[in-house]
Design a protein around this ligand. Structure first.
Ligand SMILES: Cc1cc2nc3c(=O)[nH]c(=O)nc-3n(C[C@H](O)[C@H](O)[C@H](O)COP(=O)(O)O)c2cc1C
Length: 183
């Protein structure tokens, strides 16, 4: 199984990107997680959304099309998820209801220094994924509150409880993707 991970943060030391990197090493056997950035994707402009799309958009569309499922790791910006991620989803959402995201199994994780770990960003993202007809894994939300305490200075996830929860979340996601695919 091939899953795609997309971080909503462009920051070099992003906790959310590091969380995705940690997830790569916690995948169950037989499943693989590949990461793609969305920093090179231009602002959505319908005039650019033609048969000759920008290269970064083509890469995103191809990566989503060939993935069995997509894992979003999102920061919370002002009670929502960042514009760069919304922008990537907007590009991937066309043509409406027939896009590469339509029917694509998705999962959402988030990390934040706050006590609620990005829960509001997750809620907004789930609402947007309803518009793209992308089902979201029916599992308890995976949130990392007070994230600054969970990684070491080198960006390694060191909190054992978070590691265990993340491994379980990825396992639940993989089982659900398999089930949706009728395997
Ligand atoms: C513009 C902006 C808005 C933010 N708003 C929130 C917020 O509403 N809730 C929250 O928990 N954290 C908020 N934060 C803090 C981020 O959660 C924190 O910077 C986090 O580390 C960003 O994720 P990253 O490490 O993956 O880049 C905000 C940060 C920025 C830059």
């Amino acid at each position: 199984m091939k899953l795609l991970g997309i971080s909503g943060s462009l920051r070099k030391g992003s906790y959310n990107t590091r969380l995705l990197e940690a997830a790569v090493g916690l995948m169950p056997e037989g499943a693989e997680l590949t990461l793609i950035g969305c920093g090179e994707i231009p602002h959505y402009n319908k005039d650019l959304d033609t048969d000759n799309k920008p290269e970064a958009v083509l890469q995103l569309l191809q990566a989503v099309r060939y993935a069995d499922g997509v894992l979003f790791a999102t920061p919370e910006y002002n009670y929502s998820f960042p514009g760069v991620l919304k922008n990537a989803i907007d590009w991937a959402s066309r043509p409406a209801y027939k896009s590469v995201l339509a029917g694509k199994p998705c999962a959402i994780i988030s990390a934040s220094p706050s006590l609620i770990g990005g829960a509001r960003a997750q809620a907004h993202l789930a609402q947007v994924l309803a518009a793209t007809l992308s089902p979201v894994v029916p599992a308890p939300p995976f949130l990392v509150p007070m994230v600054q305490d969970k990684f070491d200075a080198g960006g390694l996830l060191i909190d054992e409880d978070t590691k265990r929860r993340l491994a379980r979340y990825m396992g639940d996601f993989v089982v659900w993707v398999d089930r949706l695919a009728g395997r």
